[in-house]
Design a protein around this ligand. Structure first.
Ligand SMILES: O=C(O)CCC(=O)C(=O)O
Ligand SMILES: [Fe+2]
Length: 358
């Protein structure tokens, strides 16, 4: 007899075979959410509270911006930046091209659908990883979103021929512009720790995930993204005005992060939490689907040190290790970090416990 896991794997396989993604379900006129997407736990209503994320004007004098970036990264691990130098047209064009690609008819977009990468590109509904320890799953099998993912640290240069033609120009221009912003933010984050601007080294926006969340007939029964921390140094996120992103506060409460026109969000990831010796917080976040009518588009660009191969170690910056605050983590390799996330099925703040030095 087929086990529950086998049945789930078959259902996911069959869903991929349809090549339509979540958008395909909406096109087919579903009025109830298929089991693959149902949250196993009781529906969680949207957060009542809205959080005003610290906002940092990057045209401020540098010492001022550094102090604000340091304070926000210590207190909540997320902030938004304005006057960031990325033209509004570049952000809008990237968000619009992702929306337009996903809203094409099935025949135009399904040839790109592939659950595993083709070259450096994936376009699919990405299943939510399951924990390997047999713990009961607390998330649906799949998120209510279709993602177009580009790896820029692919061993060969990203094979951009697999990127849908109309998206190529706007997404590469967005990546180019964000790369220079990311370098600036790395410097501010580094100085915010009280160490030189170069301490985080050369960073690169190595992975770009463009998410399209179709409207959902039963929004409260699905998740746009289950709760997680990012596994990078930091992430820069562009989102449209629909909303749905939430962060978990220290008291455990989830609050909405309201979109702010023109601002880009920056959140700290697990690697920077380790490198900063726990000075900075890696913020837990998730995406709720807000609407039965509107689709939501977001683009997350994940920044890491340019050198992050199998043989590269990272750990707390030596200047941040003192007698009062010894190293909180041993140094670790990128595969260790990655495998740990795979084992756990998803990452939460405690997922770094395995690397604790004390
Ligand atoms: O869609 C969003 O707002 C967040 C996406 C996200 O958290 C991620 O891709 O890691
Ligand atoms: Fe994330």
């Amino acid at each position: 007899m087929a086990s529950v896991d086998d049945e789930a794997a078959l259902a996911v396989f069959q869903f991929h075979e349809s090549r339509g993604g979540v958008r395909g379900l909406v096109e087919a006129g579903v009025t109830t959410v298929p089991p693959l997407f149902l949250r196993p736990t009781t529906p969680v209503s949207s957060a009542a509270r809205s959080m005003v994320v610290p906002s940092i004007d990057l045209s401020l004098p540098r010492s001022h911006a550094v102090a604000l970036v340091g304070a926000a990264s210590r207190s909540c691990g997320i902030f938004q930046v304005t006057n960031h130098g990325v033209p509004a047209g570049t952000v809008d064009a990237a968000l619009s091209t992702v929306r337009a690609f996903n809203e094409q008819p099935f025949e135009a977009r399904s040839p790109f659908y592939s659950a595993s990468p083709i070259g450096a590109i994936t376009y699919a509904t990405i299943p939510i990883p399951r924990p390997k320890d047999g713990q009961p799953a607390t998330a649906p099998l799949m998120s209510w979103r279709d993602s177009l993912i580009v790896r820029f640290d692919y061993p060969a240069d990203p094979d951009l021929r697999s990127l849908p033609g109309a998206c190529r120009g706007p997404l590469l221009e967005y990546h180019r512009s964000l790369t220079s912003l990311g370098k600036g933010i790395a410097g501010l984050l580094s100085e915010g720790l009280g160490v030189g601007a170069e301490q985080l080294g050369q960073v690169e926006g190595c992975l770009m995930q463009c998410h399209y969340h179709p409207p959902c007939p039963e929004p409260e029964r699905v998740m746009g993204s289950r709760e997680h921390t990012d596994g990078d140094l930091f992430t820069v996120l562009a989102q449209d005005g629909v909303g749905g992103l939430q962060v978990r506060l220290d008291d455990g409460e989830w609050v909405d992060v309201a979109p702010v026109a023109g601002a880009l969000l920056v959140n700290i990831g697990d690697v920077l939490k380790v490198v900063s010796n726990d000075e900075y917080k890696s913020v837990e976040h998730r995406v709720m689907i807000k609407s039965a009518q509107e689709s939501r588009v977001s683009i997350a660009l994940f920044f890491n040190p340019a050198k992050h191969d199998e043989s590269d170690f990272f750990g707390p910056i030596p200047e941040l290790v003192t007698a009062e605050k010894p190293a909180q983590y041993r140094s670790l390799t990128w595969p260790e970090m990655l495998n740990n996330r795979i084992d756990l099925g998803h990452a939460k703040p405690s997922s770094l416990d395995r690397f604790k030095a004390i």
